[in-house]
Design a protein. Structure first.
Length: 267
């Protein structure tokens, strides 16, 4: 029993030391050639190098003479580069018809895809391409995750040797808290890896509507709006009359008696 107590104290000491050294250890890592290793890991793991982690994104906006032809060109580029459409929307206003696409594409095909959809475009209204280096964040998450996993393994070892109910409950509580932290960091790491492995390209292309077509549409809309406005005005007037009907009845009755009285005076 005394041996278990000393082991438990050793784990608590290990926790405090790990928390103090965790941030310092991560800060000292080199981004270009970082080695995920620890004193307890085999010597060959020290040669593991983390490749650069880059999140690539792009936004393109341009005018086209044929929306359907441009869309077919984009679909061909999507199929060729193993991409997929996440969002597809279209809208029409007074002067233009616009279509918007959000596309996810394997990062290794990012440049080839942009080159394919740029063919035939005279100029871009907007063209924004970004590359965010998240290698340091990736390394930090990996380092913290490895620390938590080692800590969990130490607690599991102690749990197997514990005999008192109070000790078992306390150790299981610590293991549960560490497991939650591990799962949270694993989720963050998977999300980061997903954004690195697949790039996002947003495309907005539009066609300008002919001026005379816009005038016809606008004139017809004005006529219809005028008809609707007249109907609603008449409805409002009738509703107003209905709401004051007691006053109208009273006015008619008074007018009748006043008229009758004047007729008697004349006689």
């Amino acid at each position: 029993m005394r041996q278990i107590f000393f082991i438990f104290l050793a784990v608590l000491t290990f926790i405090s030391c790990e928390k103090r050294s965790e941030d310092a250890a991560v800060a000292d890592m080199s981004i270009s050639a970082v080695k995920l290793s620890s004193p307890s890991q085999p010597a060959e793991d020290k040669n593991i190098v983390i490749p650069q982690k880059i999140i690539k994104e792009a936004f393109l906006k341009f005018e086209t003479n044929d929306l359907e032809e441009t869309y077919n060109q984009i679909k061909t580029a999507i199929a060729t580069n193993k991409a997929s459409i996440q969002n597809d929307s279209q809208e029409k206003d007074y002067g233009t018809i616009t279509r918007r696409l959000t596309i996810r594409i394997p990062s290794q095909n990012f440049d080839a895809f942009l080159e394919s959809i740029s063919k035939g475009v005279s100029y871009f209204d907007e063209k924004n391409i970004s590359a965010q280096n998240v290698t340091e964040e990736y390394i930090d998450l990996n380092s913290r995750l490895n620390t938590k996993r080692k800590l969990e393994a130490r607690y599991i070892e102690i749990l197997q040797k514990a005999s008192k109910i109070s000790e078992i409950l306390e150790i299981e509580k610590q293991i549960s808290a560490i497991r939650e932290e591990i799962e949270a960091k694993e989720g963050q790491l998977k999300y980061l890896e997903s954004r690195v492995s697949e790039s996002t390209v947003s495309i907005e292309f539009y066609k300008t509507i002919a001026q005379k077509e816009g005038v016809k549409i606008s004139y017809g809309s004005k006529i219809w709006n005028a008809i609707q406005s007249g109907f609603f005005s008449l409805s409002d007037f009738l509703l107003s009359l209905i709401s004051v009907w007691p006053f109208i009845v009273l006015f008619c009755v008074l007018a009748y008696f006043i008229r009758k009285r004047f007729k008697r005076k004349k006689i």
